[in-house]
Design a protein around this ligand. Sequence first.
Ligand code: UDP
Ligand code: MG
Length: 307
Amino acid sequence: MISVVVPVYNEGPNLPLLMDRLEAALRAAGKPYEIVFVDDGSRDNSLEILKGFVGRNGVRVLELTRNYGQHSAIMSGFSVVRGEIVVTIDADLQNPPEEIPAVVRAMEEGNYEVVGTVREMRKDSIFRKIPSRIVNVMTRRITGIRMSDWGCMLRAYRREVVDRMVESQEYSTFIPALATLFAKRMTEIPVGHAERHAGASNYNMWKLLNLQFDLLTSFSEFPLRVLLYMGTGMAVGGMAFGILLAVMRIFYGAEWAENGIFTLFAVLFFFVGALFFAFGIMGQYIGRIYHEVRKRPRFTIRNLHGE
Ligand code: UDP
Ligand code: MG
């Protein structure tokens, strides 16, 4: 059985077409299926429209109590799936549902645990593309996770991988990256990409930046290591500078040193700035620890509509 998990946040105008195309694509795949729509606290009529789909073959609607964000919404869907192969897809029709059979086929033919996708000819604005290209390269380097296209959510996971992700009670996480921790056999296939059918992206620069930070701090200690190197470098530099000042004073007298007073200010500012930077990063990790120890639920399900 195939389970498709669709996070939905204010996607009202996209849903009827999405439903029709999903249904057609899954029928074409010729396997039993279920579609789990997760209403992530939408403020428009998305939930009503989704409830209207209940009763159509395999449709279930998970109603969250508020907006938890795309990844938590998907995770809540994961917690109720029943299929052996679990596919995630966006609700805005940017990932063509028609690609689902190909993704499933790739998984079965290669006996893979995770099938990722790479968007061919991405249809996004340049302001959405450039940041994600930077994000792709940077995260690949820092986390060491081999994934070509971090943003594409049309992906398939074996049920075991999904169950392990649900079990790992991490608060803020990035699902495609988390999956790589629990799977060995992974592959990527190219898929099409379309413009958003209706509405605007729920991500702005700010949300993307936050997501990126979550990703970095949850999958690597790289920022901490940078701090360490920087701190060491600065301490050595500061010491050398102090020695230089002392030596210069001996040779050229106090006058010279006095003229250097503004240099000292510059040095001070530099160190204070670096300190703030260091505290900021440490704060990020402490914030994460705080999140984890509180053991707050990642999502709260109000209702599950449909059988
Ligand atoms: N989404 C969600 N909760 C949110 C934001 C987004 O469930 O808080 C869903 C949204 O409905 C869509 C998917 O996540 O199905 C991707 O969102 P969007 O298209 O806005 O992101 P982009 O394609 O620009 O990365
Ligand atoms: Mg989108």
